[in-house]
Design a protein around this ligand. Structure first.
Ligand code: OXD
Ligand code: MN
Length: 590
């Protein structure tokens, strides 16, 4: 380490040489005023928080109602993931695939190193060791993020197993992901998020926004990990993970993939309706799951994260009672509004805002008071329905995988895949109307295979092949389903109540796994008979129910034609088995 750099706390642990050299060269390049190795301790978090409050970057919330909680306002130009500035830099452009924006790795390094040169002058460089997954799990993977943002450090502390325990693991196993991040001058013209999967490396410059800056999350646990998973025989997926316990005490583990802001966090923390007593949902994860074939022929899952970076708007005691409770302490809020008494506020909460997300007096004419992509960051253990299995090094065996999207028409409430390969087609067909989690137009239908369009670190055709191959290794694969909570009638009203009532669909799914629920065969896959879907205590018109459980053959034929055109973009790499699945669907549709 350069002698001129004051170091707060060099660790005593032996850091593998390659990593030490990488850290030294990052310090030499970015020329920080100080270097701090993060331990993850409460004392450290307190000191960083205090400094952010003093710098007016953190706004303390009323300590009696929101103890140890703070509001952070990001630069208004930096409020969401920026997919057009997110690159996958593989040696061969083809390996990144048409689903990614590609840049040559040599050019990308040169571009990024020029931006990073001197970028941390006058700032502290934080070395943030983290572990994705339980520290003692063979399925976990580590990383080190170098950042000049104390906000990032505090978020990483909530979102990952961060600090000394992770560094100890890294000192034993140096194969960790190297992430270099600087907020730079938060200039969108100088903002790039580059991934180098072949080097297990990330460089992110010019953004402090979660998905761009908390490198353990989308960058590592999805883009780089999906690449790692392919070479090592596992899957990194954009999936929530939940435990569903029936009144008889039987537990099924379910993973579910939905595009951003389709209610993953709400489903992961679902509160069962009063009409279905005895059912319980516990949360293992709300965003990412890593899936491994187990020695017993089942598919096992861990959640690599340790916290939630959830969308605040729409969260309330009805939509998500658990989230509503858990953010009342130890929470970092980003870009929410404030009430007159200084409490955090967002659309859907009730009451009135006083100060908007940019810190200005709220004027209704100026748009929403909280940014539509405003967030809360909170440790998973704050969740009243946290599943203790989240810390099991072996993970949990999956009974079912669910795919879903936000679609006002066509996709019925729920249908089942005929087998694993058909399930891969269903996953590859996921489409959803866009929301505020990314920059760009809201409400446009886009194809988002496996909800991984923004997150798969390699060519989608190779990814589907990997899914298909992995299925062959499973003798007891999970059943695969597709759901849609967002069907609307001609008047634009939702047909299905959603939220806690989604348990009714989960119940049918686990009963299908047990072989006890009835289904009718349809060209797109088995669907519940009316009697098999438990509607006890639900006020739902017969018309709504029949619309939710009907297959519009003409609409599906048009969908299959669109899908064929979308798949054509993946060229010759497209696995034949997937094409056969699509042909079989067209045949069944008649
Ligand atoms: C997220 C996203 O932030 O998917 O989880 O955009
Ligand atoms: Mn997500």
């Amino acid at each position: 380490m350069s002698a001129v750099i004051p170091t707060h706390n060099t660790p005593t642990l032996a850091i593998p040489t390659g990593l030490r050299q990488w850290i030294d060269s990052a310090i030499a390049l970015t020329t920080p005023a100080a270097v701090h190795w993060c331990t993850g301790s409460a004392k450290e978090a307190k000191a960083l928080t205090k400094a952010l409050v003093e710098a007016k970057a953190f706004h303390p919330l009323p300590a009696d109602r929101f103890p140890n909680s703070y509001l952070y306002r990001s630069n208004p130009n930096d409020v969401a993931r920026t997919e057009h500035l997110t690159f996958v830099c593989t040696e061969k452009a083809d390996d990144a695939g048409p689903n990614n924006v590609w840049m040559d790795p040599v050019a990308a390094h040169a571009k990024m190193d020029a931006l990073f040169a001197g970028a941390m002058a006058g700032r502290t460089l934080y070395v943030v060791p983290y572990c994705m997954g339980p520290i003692d799990s063979p399925y976990s993977r580590c990383g080190i993020e170098i950042t000049d943002s104390a906000y990032v450090v505090l978020n990483m502390r909530l979102m990952t197993r961060m600090g000394t325990a992770a560094l100890e693991r890294i000192s034993r196993d140096p194969s960790c992901v190297k992430g270099l991040h600087s907020v730079g001058d938060v200039n969108p013209d100088r903002r790039f998020i580059m991934h180098f999967p072949e080097e297990l490396a990330i460089k992110s410059f010019g953004s402090g926004y979660g998905g761009n800056a908390l490198l353990g999350k989308k960058c590592h646990a999805l883009r780089i990990a999906s690449w790692q998973g392919r070479s090592e025989g596992w899957l990194a997926e954009h999936m929530l993970l939940l435990a569903l316990e029936s009144p008889s005490g039987e537990t099924h583990y379910v993973a579910a993939a939905f595009p951003s802001a389709c209610g993953k966090t709400n489903l992961a923390m679902l509160v069962p309706p009063d009409a279905l007593p005895g059912w319980k949902v516990r949360t293992l994860g709300d965003d990412i799951a890593w899936l491994h074939p187990g020695p017993d022929g089942r598919l096992w899952a861990i959640n690599p994260e340790a916290g939630y970076f959830g969308v605040a708007p729409g969260t309330n005691a009805k939509s998500n009672r658990n989230a509503f409770e858990m953010v009342k302490r130890d929470t970092l809020f980003t870009n929410v509004a404030l009430t007159a008494s200084g409490d955090p506020w967002w659309e859907g909460l009730g009451g009135t805002p006083s100060i908007d997300w940019q810190g200005q007096p709220y004027t209704p004419g100026n748009g929403p008071a909280a940014h539509p992509n405003s967030r809360f960051t909170v440790a998973a253990k704050n969740n009243p329905c946290y599943a203790a299995e989240s810390d099991d090094p072996n993970g949990v065996p999956l009974s079912a995988i669910i795919f879903g999207g936000r679609r006002r028409s066509l996709a019925p409430l729920v249908f089942e895949a005929l087998d694993w390969a058909h399930g891969v087609l269903i996953g590859a067909s996921v489409a959803s109307e866009t929301t505020a989690a990314i920059t760009g137009q809201v409400g446009v239908l886009r194809r988002d295979p496996m909800a991984m369009k923004p997150f798969c670190g390699y060519h989608f055709a190779d990814y589907w092949r990997h899914w298909l191959n992995l299925g062959h290794t499973l003798t007891r694969p999970p059943k695969i389903f597709h759901v849609n909570w967002f069907r609307q009638n001609d008047a634009g009203q939702f047909l299905w109540p959603g939220f806690g009532d989604n348990l009714r669909v989960l119940k049918w799914i686990t009963e299908r796994v047990n072989g006890t629920a009835a289904a009718k065969d349809t060209p797109i896959g088995p669907m519940p008979t009316r009697a098999a879907l438990d509607t006890t205590g639900l006020t739902l018109s017969e018309d709504a129910l029949s619309e939710l459980l009907t297959v519009d053959r003409a609409g599906w034929r048009a969908e299959a034609a669109l899908l064929k055109a979308d798949f054509a973009a993946y060229g010759e790499r497209l696995p034949a088995a997937l094409t056969h699945q699509l042909e079989a669907l067209v045949h069944r549709l008649g």
